[in-house]
Structures are given as structure tokens and as C-alpha cells.
Design a protein around this ligand. Sequence first.
Ligand code: DAH
Length: 339
Amino acid sequence: MSEMIDEIVAEGMAAIAAAGDERALRDVEVEFLGKKGKVAGLMQEMRNLSAEERPAFGKDVNIAKQTLEKLVVAARRTLQTATLLKEVSDPFDDPTLPGTAELHGGLHPLTIVTEEVEEIFRSMGFIIPDYPEAESEFFNFEALNIPGDHPARDTQDTFWLKDGNLLRTHTSPGQVRAMREFKPPFKAIFPGKVYRYEAIDASHEHTFHQVEGILIDRDVSVANLIHSMKVLLDEIFKRESVIRLRPGYFPFVEPGFELDIQCAVCGGSGCSVCKQSGWVELLPCGLIHPNVIRHGGLDPAEWTGWAFGLGLSRLVMMKYQINDIRHLMGGDLRFLEQF
Ligand code: DAH
């Protein structure tokens, strides 16, 4: 029986010596010293021995176990030292090199452009109030001349809240809020998030950004509106922008216009941002409807005004040549780190 012990010790010693790394050594340790290992197997053999033979055998197995354990510990230390030596002598590991750069936070492209737009308007005397994203049906639709049965409500699929309010589908409700808040004449912009319950693709998101602008004064004309919009866009793009004006229908303005700008991503040749048309609808605008002026608590016989709804998300996409709107709110650091 003691030959069996000697055999296993010899086998174990050879295996320990042959283990080339710590993982292999761990496997050898389990094979010989583990709960179901070979040394434990020897203990099982005791059953086959007579009562007189058992104590001596047990003692020998214990000695064998301790021998192997000590060898494993020694071998592990040797392997660890070797790994360490290899690391410090690695010709590619130069401890005098500068460390890896720290990660720094940055501004989101939407924030960058919002701040730019705000600065332009502030310098032209606009005020910048903030209005709620959870809005009432009244301010989002009714006050903007969009009655309950109006087809325009279908085109703005809405996220309704349990309390009967909604997530504003545009920044336009601020028009009426501003008229109620400030004494005319005044001019204001209000940038912010808007929400639409719609299928998303490269140019549609359920959450996106607009900047609403409004000017209230006496005798505001279409000529005044168009001139103001042109000045705005030239300021924003820091060059003479190529624009196109089309009639557009929005219940809260009359007349209303769609102001398109030549797509800066493709230069007008057609891409996914402009749906291959070469143009991007960027600045719907118009003269504020008398009903809206009235909801603002003003007399339309005395006060007139213009309003626009700048597509801020689209503006950001054009400025940075981003071809998929989903990147903006996607939160992917690989995208955000580029700004
Ligand atoms: N609120 C409109 C929308 O989200 C955009 C808009 C159109 C705003 C014309 C305006 C405007 O101020 O005059 O579709």
C-alpha cells in the first residue's frame, strides 16, 4: 500500500514541476490535493486495510499530502516571481512614459448649438424665458388656434399624461405664455425639448429640440418677418445661407411659411438627412394669427407679431454633418466623445 502513496507523490511532484503557469499549477493542485483529488482517494483506500495497518497508512498519506502542498506553494511563488520579472523587463513597458490621459466630460452638441443660438438672440435684444415640457392641452393646441377636431392634431401624435396633460409636441405653446407674461412690444426665444409619439428613423425622433421665436410689436409685416429670418440664419451659419421659401400651413400663423435651407451635409446633392431632396425644412414661420394674439390677452387690432419654430436638432445635424438624428439622444459615448 505504501507503494501506492509513493507513486502518487512521484506523479504529483512531476506534475507540479511541469506546470508552466499559475493556471496549470492550480489544475495540478486540484487534481492531487482537491476534495476529490488523488490524495483524498488514498484515504478512501483505508477501508480495505486491517485495523492495525490503518494508523501507519494514515500517517504516510498525511506526510504525502504535506509534501505535495509545500511543493505547490513553492512552485507558485517561483511562477509569480517569473511573471513579475518578465513584466519589469518587458522592453515595451517603459515606466518613464507619461500615463494615459484622464477622461474629461464635454458639452453635448445640442448644448453647444443652443448656447450659440442663445448668444446670437441675446445680442439682438431677445429675452429667453423657460416654459414647461409637461403642458396643458389648452396651451399646446387650443390657444394656438388648433381646436379639438382640427386635422392638425393628427399630424402631431401626442404623448398624453395620466393627469390629462401632455408632453408638448412643439415649443409654440410658449408664444401664448410669453404674451401673457411680458408687456408688448417684446421679442423672445424659448429653446427646449419637444416630444412626438411617432416611428423613429434617421430623421425622426420621439424626443427632439426646437427653438421658438416670437416678436410682438405694432404693424409687423411679412417683409419684416422674411428679413428677420434671413438675418438670423446668416448669423447662425456665419455666412450667406441658401434658403427657399414656400407657403406653409400652421393654424397659429397667417400667412405661414416653410423656410428651407440647402442641406449642409450633402451640399444640396441629396442624402438621408434631407431625404434626397437637397433641402432641409429648418424654419417654419409666419405672422401670428389674431386668435392666438387674443389668447395671449392682447388686442389683435393693436398688436401684431411673427413667430418661428427653428428645428434645433436638424440645425445641429447640419452643422456637425450628423446623418442620423438618433445619435443626438442615443447617449453613445463613442458619438459624444467626438465633440
Ligand atoms: N410648431 C410647429 C411645429 O412644431 C412649427 C412652427 C411653425 C412654429 C410655424 C412657428 C411657426 O412658430 O410660425 O411643427
